[in-house]
Design a protein around this ligand. Structure first.
Ligand code: FAD
Length: 554
């Protein structure tokens, strides 16, 4: 296999798509360049695949000749020495079934190891996260947040937000972002790796190592199943007949409904409830469990209810749904709420009751791959299934379903499958974020989980009114809860409800991962007037009354 170099240049001076084209053309003309691309002028970078004899100085010079400036950012060997055993006559070392985040992480890792890879995708390349998950939901949430806060520049005491003048334009902007990210982060990235081929079509496993796609049968050396998940709805009488929105459909509504009932008060249900109420929709959340945000500390679930109710969302937990009906353009959810029968009415109904692995109908059982109760692929700690040539990663192996878990799993699976690396899929200290406002972010054990493990624990809860950053921003909505081992002070869990809690949680993630104590947090410098300083203050609360501290919490 001939070695190629993968070179990234930082390009300065580009101000439009035309500039991006000029730079691309200039780079393509340099002898020995196989591929050159400036995905967008805004990216400020050019990616080049070139023969090893191509000197980066020539590339920089070519950019200069076209009127821009460039410096070398990164250079690596793309398909240097083959670092995986030969495929034994197989056309591909690895085939991934699915072309989402787990598959792409796996394919890139495999290509870096010198392997030949095929990604088989039956739907839209990029899978859930970029097309119908993280990216579109978070950009709509941000749009709703901006609309809300611009209507009420002083954050405390928020009440209601007038609907934006043009929902369709907001959806269109969301679609533009999705398209751009899909192209830049998936399609063009794949093109940069000559070892990766994308095959469009539905894959079927035929047993052993055989994979059929579009009438052709392949026998790759290893297979990675990365087929993701799909929305799930509970078996409620009348629900299927009445019809409902899932998260994918809710992200692309042509018009905003006047009112909406959301069944499910988990991360997706909460995010969509706040998103729609901020766009002026009358929203009700119906949750079957004892609290919304079930995975979180009860203090956080309770506070979140208060904030949502402050934005006119009706939140009901512990609800038994008896049936769903739809007629005359109205949904009626017959439910028992706090022991009282009630008919809840709305113009639209959304179900956000979780997702299930996509694992049926493409031959897993025939290939000797076993499934669990929820349809998840059963894997060992190396992500290998019961068929030793088939590995699995991402949502298809079940919870926790996050894109960073999928990508991590894809990489681990490939190293184990192709090189026998024996790497263990280890989710210790896995942070999670719910993108409400304020955000919910957690890592480690809740107090109840720690006690259930038989640990002697202590906890502290800090109201954000003690955090200077929150005071200065006039947004003291939220709290921080720390859970620690009583005898050693080792931090076991951190639970944050605050603006940008998703950023704050990363310090706690490192602390838990590396076994730090509450005292370590106290003794570490935290810049004044940052939200993360709240972690230090929460750590101090184990021993001191923070109300009596001076503002810098020394
Ligand atoms: C609304 C929403 C918001 C989310 N927000 C976040 C967030 O903020 N942060 C976060 O970390 N995670 C978030 N997630 C979860 C995240 O999107 C997923 O965990 C992640 O995308 C899963 O990646 P994957 O590679 O396992 O599967 P996917 O990305 O779903 O890829 C699977 C692919 O396999 C294809 N496929 C299936 N069967 C076959 C077959 N037989 N042949 C060929 N192709 C096949 C499918 O078409 C699909 O494209 C969100 C999810 C949703 C729904």
């Amino acid at each position: 296999m001939s070695a190629k170099n993968h070179i990234i240049l930082r390009v300065e001076g580009m101000t439009c798509d035309g500039c991006a084209r000029h730079v691309t053309e200039a780079l393509k003309k340099v002898p020995g360049v196989d591929q050159a691309q400036v995905a967008s002028w805004k990216s400020g970078q050019a990616v080049v695949v070139a023969a090893p004899e191509v000197d980066e100085a020539n590339l920089i010079d070519a950019v200069k000749q076209s009127g821009y400036r460039a410096v070398l950012r990164e250079k690596s060997s793309l398909e240097g020495e083959r670092r995986v055993p030969p495929a034994g006559g197989a056309e591909y070392d690895l085939m991934t079934i699915g072309g989402g985040s787990a598959a792409f992480a796996a394919a890139i890792k495999a290509a870096e190891l010198g392997a030949k890879v095929a990604i088989i995708e039956k739907g839209t390349i990029g899978g859930t996260c970029v097309n119908i998950g993280c990216v579109p939901s978070k950009t709509l949430i941000k749009a709703a947040e901006l609309c809300y806060h611009s209507a009420y520049p002083t954050f405390e005491g928020l009440t209601a937000c007038p609907p934006p003048s043009d929902w369709q334009r907001v959806v269109q902007q969301k679609d533009e972002l999705v398209t751009a990210l899909r192209e830049n982060k998936y399609v063009h990235v794949a093109e940069m790796y000559p070892n990766i081929k994308i095959l469009r079509g539905e894959a079927k496993l035929l047993g052993g190592r055989k994979v059929a796609v579009n009438g052709t049968t392949f026998s790759p050396r290893k297979i990675l199943v990365a087929t993701g998940s799909h929305p799930w709805a509970p078996p409620i009488p009348g629900l299927e007949e009445a019809g409902y929105l899932d998260s994918t459909e809710a992200l692309s509504l042509e018009a905003l409904p006047e009112s909406l009932i959301i069944i499910g008060g988990g991360a997706i249900g909460l995010e969509f409830a706040q998103l729609f109420t901020r766009f002026g929709v009358k929203v009700m959340i119906i949750e079957g469990g004892p609290q919304v945000a079930m995975a979180e500390e009860p203090e956080i679930g309770d506070a979140m209810v208060t904030y949502l109710e402050g934005e006119k969302v009706r939140v009901c937990a512990n609800v038994k749904i008896k049936k769903v009906e739809r007629s005359d353009g109205e949904y009626r959810v017959h439910a028992e709420i706090r022991g009282v029968d009630e008919i809840c009415r709305a113009k639209q109904l959304m179900v956000a009751a979780g997702r299930r692995p996509t694992t049926s109908g493409f031959g897993l059982e025939e290939a000797g791959v076993k499934l669990g109760k929820r349809g998840e692929i059963l894997v060992n700690e190396h992500l290998q299934t019961d068929n030793p040539d088939i590995y699995a990663a991402g949502d298809c192996i079940g919870d926790p379903m996050y894109v960073y878990v999928a990508a991590y799993g894809g990489g681990i699976a490939v190293e184990n499958a192709l090189n026998g690396a024996g790497k263990v899929f280890d989710l210790f200290a896995l942070p999670r974020v719910t993108f409400t406002d304020p955000q919910i972010a957690s890592v480690g054990l809740t107090e109840a989980q720690a006690k259930a493990k038989g640990l002697r624990v202590e906890s502290s809860v800090l109201d954000l009114k003690y955090v200077p950053r929150a005071l200065a921003a006039r947004n003291t909505r939220g709290l921080i809860k720390l859970v620690a081992e009583k005898d050693t002070g080792r931090l076991l869990g951190t639970h944050v409800l605050s603006a940008e809690a998703g950023e704050v949680i990363q310090e706690a993630t490192l602390a838990i991962r590396f076994g730090l104590t509450v005292q370590d947090l106290v003794e570490t410098f935290h810049p004044y007037l940052t939200m993360v300083e709240g972690l230090k203050l929460a750590a101090l609360t184990f021993k001191k009354d923070v109300g009596k501290l001076s503002c810098c919490a020394a």
